[in-house]
Structure formats: structure tokens, C-alpha cells
Design a protein around this ligand. Structure first.
Ligand code: APR
Length: 244
């Protein structure tokens, strides 16, 4: 008899899944973009105009990430792999909390704050296990190092890979994203038409596109409730009792 294929969960996450770990989201009233103008800290023009200011912004965010620990939602997703599910995480987040929780397949659409990269050759990147990036820190080709993150207006190099992963989902779980940024948010359109899709977010009712189920709860509740059902049943499904 053909070996039963492991059910494939594709998880698409945003800043909201790291909120309960103490990492700021972007568009909340107390979010990062309330205190910092995107054009001053997260664009190529900002980098060319005032690299020191950009480096300080990412030093502050890197410090938040290093002080944070994975929360119950990160851990619940990682635990599914031990239960025999195939789990692919596609995240907009630049923190390493999915990896620290134990998730083995994590694709960062917007880069990774714990890496530096060459300003002239994106293939040259350097892990930052400790410390930050200073002016004068150079790549092997002699150019200033920058955070290995995707700034507004820059291409999203792994988006095509992410679409291929989403196309193989048996179920698409979307957690903690306002779906405000393209092309990332269009990932939902790449899941198979017959794959259920559910959004876990306290604002799910306002955000969920048509056809997407919604659980208006924080990740630490909504994701755990889903993972509990999936683990208990050994299959991916959307229990009506959990949905709005
Ligand atoms: N659990 C789940 N979701 C939460 C929680 C929580 N505890 N707290 C907040 N949220 C939700 C908010 O309701 C919001 O919908 O997380 C979402 C965060 O939205 P944004 O701040 O816009 O973050 P995100 O969607 O990840 O932004 C996408 O924009 O600025 C760029 O590159 C940046 O990757 C980022 C992208």
C-alpha cells in the first residue's frame, strides 16, 4: 500500500506571532512605524542618506530580538513536526524565533536581522551571533555591511520559492499579519483552491479576505487550539467550533 503522505501545513506569519514574545509589531498604535518613519530607516534612500541612523534602528530591533524568547505559538508549530506533520513556515519576520522554537523549514521573505550582508553583493552575507553592524564593517569585497533585510522598494528574492511551497499546502495557516505589504500578502492566492485557509489574529474579522476562515484570538490561544485538534486527530482540518 502506498505510504501515507504526511499532511503538509504551510504557515504564513507576520509580526503578530512574535508580539507575545515582546517584539513590536509595525502598524499598531504603539508599533514601530508610529515611532520611526519608514523613509528614514527602511529604504535604500535612507541607507544612502544616513547609514548610521539605519544601523542604529536595526541595532535597536536586533536587541529586542536577542532579548525575546519563542512563545507558545512558535513552540506549538514546531511540535507538529514531532507529530509527523510536514510544516513549512514562510515568515515576513526578521527574527529567529521560529528557528529557536525548533521549526526546521523556515523561509524569511524579508530577510534576517541576525545576519549582515554586503551592500554590493547580496550573495555575501555574514551571521551576527553577537554584536551589531558598525560603519566601517566591510564585506570581503570591501563594501559597507548592511542588515540582511529587504527594504521597502527592494525585490523580495525568495517570493517565487514561497509561492511554490504554498502551492503544495494541504492547509494554509496565516498568523499575525495585517496583509498590508505586497508581494508577501498575495501568497494566499498561491495555495491550492481546495486547501482550507485560516487567519489567526485578534483583528481577523476586519482583515480576512473572502473565503478565509477566521479566529479572532491572539496567536498564543488560536494557534494552540488548532494544533491541539490537529495533534489529537492526526490530520489537518478546521474545527467549526473554533471559527468565527
Ligand atoms: N497574535 C496574533 N496576531 C497579533 C497579535 C497576537 N498576539 N498582536 C497583534 N497581532 C496582529 C495585528 O492585529 C496585526 O494584524 O498582527 C498584525 C501585525 O500587522 P503589522 O504590524 O502590519 O505586521 P506585518 O503584517 O507582519 O507587516 C508586514 O510590513 O513593515 C513591513 O517588513 C515589514 O514584514 C513587515 C511587513
Amino acid at each position: 500500500m502506498a505510504k501515507q503522505r504526511a499532511p503538509h501545513l504551510v504557515v504564513f506569519t507576520g509580526a503578530g506571532i512574535s508580539a507575545e514574545s515582546g517584539i513590536q509589531t509595525f502598524r499598531a498604535s504603539d508599533g514601530l512605524w508610529a515611532d520611526h518613519a519608514i523613509e528614514d530607516v527602511a529604504t535604500l534612500d535612507a541607507w544612502r542618506r544616513d547609514p548610521e541612523r539605519v544601523l542604529r534602528f536595526y541595532d535597536m530591533r536586533r536587541d529586542q530580538v536577542r532579548r525575546a524568547v519563542p512563545n507558545a505559538a512558535h513552540q506549538a508549530l514546531a511540535s507538529l513536526e514531532q507529530q509527523g506533520f510536514r510544516v513549512s513556515v514562510i515568515t515576513q519576520n526578521i527574527d529567529d524565533l521560529h528557528e529557536r522554537a525548533g521549526s526546521r523549514r523556515v523561509l524569511h521573505l524579508h530577510g534576517e536581522i541576525l545576519k549582515a550582508r554586503s551592500s554590493i553583493d547580496p550573495r555575501l552575507y555574514y551571521p551576527l551571533p553577537r554584536g551589531d553592524i558598525a560603519l566601517g564593517d566591510l564585506c570581503d569585497k570591501g563594501s559597507q555591511l548592511r542588515p540582511d533585510v529587504v527594504w521597502f522598494g527592494e525585490a523580495v528574492p525568495h517570493f517565487a520559492d514561497a509561492c511554490e511551497i504554498a502551492a503544495e499546502a494541504d492547509l494554509l495557516l496565516v498568523v499575525g499579519t495585517s496583509l498590508a505589504v505586497m508581494p508577501a500578502a498575495s501568497l494566499l492566492e498561491h495555495a491550492p483552491l481546495d486547501a482550507p485557509c485560516v487567519l489567526v489574529d485578534p483583528e481577523a474579522n476586519a482583515l480576512a479576505p473572502p473565503g478565509v476562515a477566521r479566529i479572532s484570538q491572539p496567536a498564543g490561544q488560536g494557534v494552540l487550539a488548532l494544533v491541539h485538534h490537529w495533534t489529537h486527530e492526526g490530520r489537518l482540518w478546521l474545527p467549526e467550533t473554533l471559527l468565527e
